[in-house]
Design a protein around this ligand. Structure first.
Ligand code: TYM
Length: 340
């Protein structure tokens, strides 16, 4: 059957609006049509500085938020990456068919390592996209005739990692025999790159310079409203879509359009002549209406962690079964002895 896989890092106390619109909303929708595997990627999170106790907590909060957004554990497999050791095992195999120069061309590595000073960056940060390819390819549908649908819902910033994943799948298939369905990036129109509210030319990101530019899913209505009202707009008063001249307003229009499922042109008409104030007020109400129930459900799930732990244990068991099935084939193809 068609499958979908995606992952998210537990690197902050809350997911943000960029994660939600760029990826997580699609995770929820794709459960209706696909067998879904969704993963909190803690192995990826340890490639930069972190605190073990904070990481453990954030994994739980991440899983709770995904459930609160509508990831349904009865229909989808929700799990934590480190609980399925095959991720690291396949990453090793794929690393051995990845060129050093090929990995070095990944722009996210270049950006992140530049921030830390190139020699301070870990080897794990360098091989990060290979682990991501393993995350995906472990859950390949059976290759063959008929259905070969394998989707990976992500934001624009993951496009290059998905390209590498496709290259590695094809290379492995060519070298060792067809094993993987080549996955496709499932990137939404319009909301694939949500910008920072204070710096509309940069993407909204956990590592952004100021919290004023980020709308957190678990944030209270007061601060959410304040951040939106104080978001950077552009000279003039017109609510008009214009990425060159009006990047701030354009970002807000994209957010509004995605949340209200209304075309941008309709919004431009609705706010013609009314200035930025009313537009921002209505947008704030929309964001608050979206995030408040998610925050409340997340808090409830975290109040008693037994259910959450049970769901994650079940997810890890199911994901492990699929992952071991794939690794049995991979191990055989690449010439390893059977599992002792
Ligand atoms: P991460 O944890 O940084 O982000 C999770 C998802 O949110 C998307 N996203 C955005 N979309 C639109 N606008 C933004 N400003 C924005 N910021 C983040 C990301 O594109 C992503 O889809 N390497 C991945 C995690 C990963 C993964 C995987 C993804 C690990 N293994 C396997 C898919 C499949 C990452 O760091 O995402």
């Amino acid at each position: 059957s068609p499958r979908v896989l995606s992952g998210i890092q537990p690197t902050a106390d809350s997911f943000h609006l960029g994660n939600y619109l760029g990826a997580l909303r699609q995770w929820v929708a794709l459960q209706d049509t696909h067998e879904a595997f969704y993963c909190v990627v803690d192995l990826h999170a340890i490639t930069v500085d972190y605190e073990p106790a904070v990481l453990r907590r954030r994994c739980k909060v991440a899983a709770a938020q995904l459930l609160a957004m509508g990831v349904d554990p009865d229909r989808s497999t929700l799990f934590v990456q480190s609980q399925v050791p095959e991720h690291a095992e396949l990453a090793w195999v794929l690393g051995s068919i990845t060129g050093f120069g090929e990995a070095g061309r990944m722009t996210q590595f270049k950006d992140k390592s530049a921030k830390q000073g190139a020699s301070a960056a870990s080897v794990g940060l360098f091989t990060y996209p290979i682990l991501q390819a393993a995350d995906i390819l472990l859950y390949t549908p059976e290759p063959g005739e008929g259905e070969r649908d394998f989707q990976v819902p992500v934001g624009e910033d993951q496009r290059q990692h998905l390209e590498l994943t496709r290259t590695l799948a094809q290379r492995f298939n060519h070298r060792f025999g067809t094993t993987f369905v080549v996955p496709e990036a499932y990137i939404p129109q319009g909301a694939a790159k949500i910008a920072d509210l204070q710096e509309p030319l940069s993407k909204m990101s956990k590592s952004s310079s100021s919290p004023q530019g980020i709308l957190d899913v678990l944030e209270e209505s007061g601060p959410l409203r304040k951040k939106i009202m104080r978001s950077v707009t552009d000279t003039g008063t017109e609510v008009r879509y214009d990425p060159e001249e009006k990047p701030g307003v354009t970002n807000l229009l994209r957010i509004y359009s995605a949340l209200a499922q209304t075309p941008v042109t309709d919004l431009e008409q609705r706010y013609a002549g009314s200035g930025y104030g009313q537009f921002k007020k209505d947008l704030a109400a929309l964001v608050i209406d979206t995030f408040t129930p998610i925050r409340e459900r997340t808090e409830k799930l975290l109040a008693d962690e037994r259910d959450l732990d049970r769901i994650l244990a079940r997810g890890a068991a199911r994901a492990g079964e699929v992952a071991r099935g794939t690794m049995d084939v991979v191990r055989d193809r690449v010439g390893f002895l059977g599992r002792g």
